[in-house]
Write a protein of this length. Structure first.
Length: 321
């Protein structure tokens, strides 16, 4: 890639943190992070197989060789976060894959992961968007535990189990920058929805392990660290954390409250999707987003669909009515 192309896809933050646009779906939709410390590096999330050239270009632009990478850290094993991990690891001879223990088997043998995603998206979409997943050798995998700390060239990274979005999710606390790498636990914040009030945020509740009570506890736990910034996969750094957390939690409560009466509805999925759209459209307007409704649905349509699917599965699993 040219220097111009790399400059367009990498944003350099402070404290050696680089935001890499993985190119998934559209620009500035899906981020991976490169942390650089004393000549050593770690990636947090990877995007899909198609993102690997971008990640390697970002590493090169930082003046580092593939041998400089010590860790590849998926926040969880959903394919937009970890689909490219196996292919990337093939290019990084000294790296270890650092993953939640519930996700580790799927990184070694991704067949079940692919089957689950295929059931949601279809085989054609999996091949188009993600490519053929590559497993990681078991002896290169390190599993985390809650409260575990690993060091990147002396820089401590603290791992916290954060279920709710997925049971195989951990968040990474970087004391140096007072930031959390949040994956999907802290939701998504599209830059198209920024206003003079700042960023907007919403929960993401896709299949198959959404648990609202656990998600609330995870958010509350992250807040006890008084983070200055959250580093989201979708998309990038956001500040004003207390306001965003409050907005996240009130929408989470509204989503659950809207879903419960629909548990036995014969057209439940359509009703759920409509209810979620209404909640988030109202909150977007309150935030000052003036985009046409059709444009908002274009930006959030996939999220409305997947969130409705995930909440529907939660209703089935819990028997909630």
């Amino acid at each position: 890639m040219s220097d111009i192309a790399v400059a367009e896809l990498v944003d350099r933050l402070d404290h050696g943190i680089h935001v890499v646009d993985t190119g998934f779906h559209r620009p500035r939709y899906d981020a991976a992070y490169l942390i650089v410390e004393n000549g050593r590096a770690a990636f947090v999330d990877t995007g899909t197989n198609h993102a690997v050239p971008r990640l390697l270009a970002a590493l090169d632009a930082a003046g580092l060789a593939p041998e400089s990478v010590d860790m590849v850290i998926p926040t969880h094993v959903h394919l937009d976060h970890a689909g490219g991990a196996g292919l990337l690891m093939q290019q990084l001879p000294r790296a270890r894959l650092v993953v939640h223990p519930r996700g580790a088997p799927h990184m070694v043998d991704p067949s079940r992961l692919v089957a689950g995603a295929t059931a949601v998206y279809g085989a054609e979409e999996i091949e188009r968007s993600y490519g053929t997943l590559v497993g990681v050798a078991a002896d290169r995998v390190v599993t985390t535990s809650d409260g575990m700390t690993l060091e990147l060239a002396g820089r401590p990274l603290l791992f916290l189990n954060t279920p709710g979005h997925a049971m195989h999710h951990h968040c990474i606390w970087d004391e140096r920058s007072r930031s959390f790498f949040t994956g999907d636990t802290f939701g998504l914040s599209h830059r198209e929805h920024d206003t003079e009030r700042g960023a907007w945020i919403m929960p993401t509740t896709p299949p198959v392990q959404f648990q609202p009570e656990a998600l609330r506890r995870s958010i509350e736990r992250l807040l006890t660290f008084s983070p200055q910034r959250m580093l989201l996969t979708h998309y990038g750094p956001v500040e004003d954390v207390p306001r965003l957390a409050a907005l996240f939690l009130v929408q989470l409560d509204e989503m659950v409250a809207a879903a419960r009466p629909l548990a036995g509805s014969p057209d439940r999925h359509a009703a759920l999707k409509g209810a979620l759209e209404a909640i988030h459209l109202r909150r977007l307007r309150e935030h000052g987003v003036a985009l046409p409704e059709a444009r908002i649905r274009d930006l959030l349509g996939l999220d409305f669909e997947l969130n409705a699917q995930g909440i529907g599965m939660w209703l089935d699993r819990t028997g909630t009515s």
